[in-house]
Ligand binder design. Structure first.
Ligand code: F6R
Length: 260
């Protein structure tokens, strides 16, 4: 697990560099897209590179992490609409190349199984962008999630619904209770995980994820078992890291030959 501590703009540039490298070198790259606030600067930077530096997504596919259940198709906070606005319609993905779990399916278990099959048929995810919840969730795998879980319905914690109320007119009652989310086992199969976290409200979750014992109580701790994870954090999100100075030193002295 590599931990990079930098300002928000630098973090977005670093993530965009990694994604650009993938898009320019892989014949059929598969991206994993997170919603929420954390990746928005990355998506802005990718959009800028698409417009100004001919960065193309025409040969790429993308898979979203999660979707609310029981939200209207045209609701601006439906994650499919959020991703369309944030990136999918701003770059040149081919029609049908951006996939999300179908949170409005009548049969949610079948929709979850379909989603797992689609990811597998695409050859798996090359690079998965992740955020982290204040309760340590990744995607919507809330505390108590099986570390081996697959795409399924989850109930959101009150903490997550309170955190996301800012997208629903600050009204927690408007935040859906349920979601369809990739499981921790699903996420762990992506070949490179790039997690971005900014702000002091993420500091405890980041500390647990990087330095705590692996536990379903802090679902992101499962990432300690993945061979290729890049954690991008600003000073506030890094503020509870016990080995913060070491991570800074390691990154400042990173050899040329060590790929990001
Ligand atoms: C979103 C997702 C969530 C968010 C997390 C952080 O698709 O999977 O895990 O990444 O809730 O959200 P923000 O970035 O809004 O703080």
């Amino acid at each position: 697990m590599e931990v990079v501590i930098a300002d928000e703009d630098t973090l977005a540039l670093l993530a965009a560099d990694t994604i650009e490298r993938l898009l320019r070198t892989e014949a059929a790259p598969v991206l994993g897209l997170a919603t929420g606030s954390s990746p928005l600067r990355i998506y802005d930077e990718l959009t800028r590179r698409h417009a100004e530096a001919a960065l193309s997504f025409t040969h790429a596919q993308a898979f979203m992490l999660d979707e609310y259940v029981g939200i209207a198709d045209d609701h601006p906070q439906r994650y499919r609409n959020v991703i369309d606005t944030a990136i999918a319609t701003r770059v040149d993905f081919p029609d049908g190349a951006v996939h999300g779990p179908d949170g409005s399916a009548d049969d949610l278990a079948a929709a979850a199984a379909d989603y797992e099959r689609m990811i597998a048929e695409a050859g798996g995810i090359d690079l998965q962008i992740l955020g982290i919840g204040t309760d340590g969730h990744i995607a919507f795998n809330e505390p108590g999630s099986s570390l081996a879980s697959r795409t399924r319905v989850k109930t959101l914690t009150r903490q997550t619904r309170a955190d996301n109320a800012r997208f629903f007119d600050d009204d927690i009652d408007r935040v859906p209770n349920h979601c369809l989310t990739q499981g921790l086992g699903t996420i762990m199969e992506a070949r490179h995980l790039v997690l971005i976290a900014v702000g002091g409200n993420k500091a405890e979750a980041v500390h647990q994820m990087v330095e705590g014992p692996i536990s379903a109580m802090w679902p992101a701790t499962v990432l300690q078992l993945h061979p290729h994870v890049t954690v991008l954090v600003d000073d506030q999100a890094a503020s509870r890291l016990q080995l913060g100075d070491y991570y800074r030193h390691a990154y400042e002295n990173k050899p040329e030959w060590q790929n990001f």
